[in-house]
Design a protein around this ligand. Structure first.
Ligand code: S3P
Length: 204
């Protein structure tokens, strides 16, 4: 399992990026956010891609990034909420990693994305009542998220508790959780991972 990634999937506002970054730091693994990676490559923000090129082009970008980030690289990957909409993305992410779906109630999601006004600035939540839109999308996507290997409901958890819960889940999944003795800067790969190899089996 040594090279496998931890891949966080789930709806917006469930904590994928925040928790992914924190867990990567603890485990001294490289963190990548698929949306940030798309923005970097496209040279435009996600709302700009939706507005100028449309959702299909965004989803094409998402597939390119899913295939690349899906390769086993001992990373922690946070994904956009709609990434499992294409079966090929699921296959790519699953091939190289363990998928953990993060969940939360619609009202919690709305609060976490910054409330109704902020939600309307998100392409998928624009137009209509954001809470209704969240409910509808969650219903549509429920079967997608249940394809993950593990699920963690972050709805009632504070950040630190959610990070601890996610680490526990990883440890259970791998049988052993070892923290590298030396961590490379920014949780990047390097000395920390080498240390982990000497110390024993890594988390995933
Ligand atoms: C989307 C979620 C967003 C982003 C894009 C589409 C979706 O990512 O990928 O706006 O389809 O649910 P987050 O889940 O990180 O907010």
């Amino acid at each position: 399992m040594g090279e496998r990634n931890l891949v966080l999937v789930g709806f917006m506002g469930t904590g994928k990026s925040t928790l992914g970054r924190a867990v990567a730091q603890v485990l001294c693994r490289r963190f990548t956010d698929s949306d940030a990676e798309i923005e970097r490559r496209a040279g435009r923000s996600i709302p700009e891609i939706f507005a100028s090129a449309g959702e299909v082009v965004f989803r094409d970008w998402e597939t390119v990034v899913a295939v690349e980030l899906g390769r086993p690289h001992r990373g922690v990957v946070a994904t956009g909420g709609g990434i499992l909409g294409r079966a090929e993305n699921l296959a790519a992410l699953r091939a190289g990693g363990v998928l953990v779906a993060l969940t939360a109630r619609p009202t919690v999601i709305l609060r976490r994305v910054g409330g109704a006004a902020a939600a309307r600035r998100r392409p998928l939540l624009a137009g209509g009542d954001p809470l209704e839109r969240i409910r509808t999308l969650l219903q549509e996507r429920g079967p997608l998220y249940t394809q993950a290997d593990l699920t963690l409901d972050t709805g009632d958890m504070r950040r630190d508790a959610a990070v601890a819960a996610l680490l526990r889940l990883c440890a259970e999944c791998a049988g052993t959780l070892r923290r590298p003795r030396v961590c490379a800067r920014d949780g990047g790969e390097g000395g920390g991972d080498a240390g982990a190899d000497r110390a024993g089996p890594p988390v995933l």
